[in-house]
Design a protein around this ligand. Structure first.
Ligand code: C2O
Ligand code: CU
Length: 430
């Protein structure tokens, strides 16, 4: 995968599916074969693609569409997806963004598997233990492939279901610079009866953050990156969703029959009920660091077994022999970036600092981290769980997680142009 998806430089270093960590090879860390509850085949193709809006772009499809089919499972079910590459010359994979799958199914070309070449296939299997909003995308030359549409939604509903609450996935993406929701430009009308509560699952598949707000009713931010918020309170603020991140918003459709608009990026909206004009973006922003009710964490972040720094910078140098201005991690350029070594069961604390001049949406595979502090200011709200976190220039975050998923995991920027420019490091189990 030379030329770089998130693992671009790593792939170039010649790592393949058989990579040995201290434990078993990554490709041995897989679910054994067997029957599955959700079982589908996704066929990837490249070329001219007609979007639901009618616009034609150069891109990719899965089973003939972009976004690809929504994959939906009930918590506890076994999910099996057979990826077939019809004709994508540079190869494809599927990564389950935010889902803590076994390492061998993580879909990182050059790290956990080789890219699936034309005529080839790869079968992914994982048990859907966690309910929430996720997505999948190719992790081979990921910047052009994700920009071009090789992705889809992954929704896992709780055992108990959502009750009477309506469930509306809203995958937002810029195709050739034009904002879409579920592949459509402009407004998308969704089903929601007057008085009904609806959950809008916003998934940001872009390289940069998107602002979301609601006109016509307050909303509650009920989940971030697939984890429920404790004690969410009604808000009318704007909410930033980082690249790769998800936010579930619950809205009560007004009983009087008036309309609601969930504004996405200012040019698209998911609408319920009667038509209403677009709502200007509120000046205030909701800060998940101080939102909801604090509750006990399942581990003690003050008793950390490992403490790491992930300091992002930038300097001139050579990457793969090409001169340029490249990203650095802890002062070093690819491939001298850190391998964060952990042992299963460790409580890991990480300080992410960014002095590089640009925002970086940092994404850790295979684990969910809780945000402890921003710029040294401690969190006061509900535990804020993330797998994708915008780290703005000049800012720092302290996060913590439990090393509970053995293997080799990439921890990279989800502005997918950046990992190919060296902004990627890895977590490895000894
Ligand atoms: Cu959504 Cu490593 O990626
Ligand atoms: Cu970046």
């Amino acid at each position: 995968d030379h030329g770089g998806g998130p693992a671009g430089p790593a792939g170039h270093a010649g790592m393949h599916g058989g990579v040995h960590t201290g434990g078993p090879a990554v490709d041995q860390l897989r679910e054994p074969p067997g029957p599955a509850d959700v079982d589908l085949t996704l066929v990837a193709r490249g070329g001219r693609v007609t979007l639901p809006s009618g616009r034609v772009i150069d891109g990719y499809t899965l089973n003939g569409t972009t976004p690809g089919p929504e994959i939906r499972a009930v918590q506890g079910q076994m999910v099996q997806v057979r990826l077939v590459n019809a004709d994508v010359a540079e190869g494809v994979t599927l990564h389950w963004h935010g889902y803590d799958v076994p390492a061998g199914d993580d879909g990182v070309a050059g790290v956990t598997q080789d890219a699936v070449l034309p005529g080839g296939e790869f079968v992914y299997r994982f048990r859907a233990e966690q309910a929430g909003t996720f997505w999948y995308h190719s992790h081979q030359v990921a910047d052009p492939q994700v920009k071009g549409g090789l992705f889809g939604a992954l929704v896992v509903t709780p055992h108990a279901g959502l009750g009477e609450v309506g469930d509306v996935p809203a995958l937002t993406h810029l195709y050739d610079g034009r904002r879409t929701v579920n592949g459509r430009e402009g407004d998308v009308a969704a089903a929601g009866a007057p008085g009904q509560r609806v959950r809008v699952r916003v998934v940001n598949t872009d390289n940069g953050p998107v602002q979301v707000w609601v006109g016509g009713a307050p909303y509650r931010l009920v989940a971030t990156d697939g984890d429920e918020v404790d004690g969410p309170t009604p808000s009318t603020d704007s909410l930033a969703i980082t690249a790769g991140g998800r936010a579930d918003l619950e809205v009560d459709v007004p009983a009087d029959g008036s309309g609601v608009r969930v504004e996405i990026g200012g040019s698209s909206a998911v609408t319920f009920g009667a038509a209403r004009p677009p709502t200007p973006r509120p000046a205030r922003e909701l800060d998940p660091l101080h939102h909801g009710t604090p509750t006990a964490l399942p581990f003690d972040p003050d008793a950390a077994d490992r403490r790491f720094d992930y300091v992002i910078g930038r300097r001139p140098g050579f990457l793969d022999g090409t001169p340029g201005l490249w990203w650095t991690v802890n002062g070093a350029m690819w491939p001298d970036v850190p391998m964060y070594v952990v042992r299963e069961g460790d409580v890991v604390r990480m300080r992410i600092e960014n002095g590089s001049g640009e925002v970086h949406p940092m994404h850790l595979h295979g684990h969910h981290a809780v945000v402890l502090a921003r710029d040294g200011v401690p969190a006061t709200g509900s535990p804020w769980w993330v797998d994708s976190l915008d780290v703005a220039d000049g800012h720092s975050y302290d996060v913590a997680f439990v090393a509970d998923n053995p293997g080799l995991w990439t921890d990279h920027c989800h502005n997918l142009a950046h990992p190919a420019e060296g902004l990627t490091a890895h977590l490895v189990y000894e």
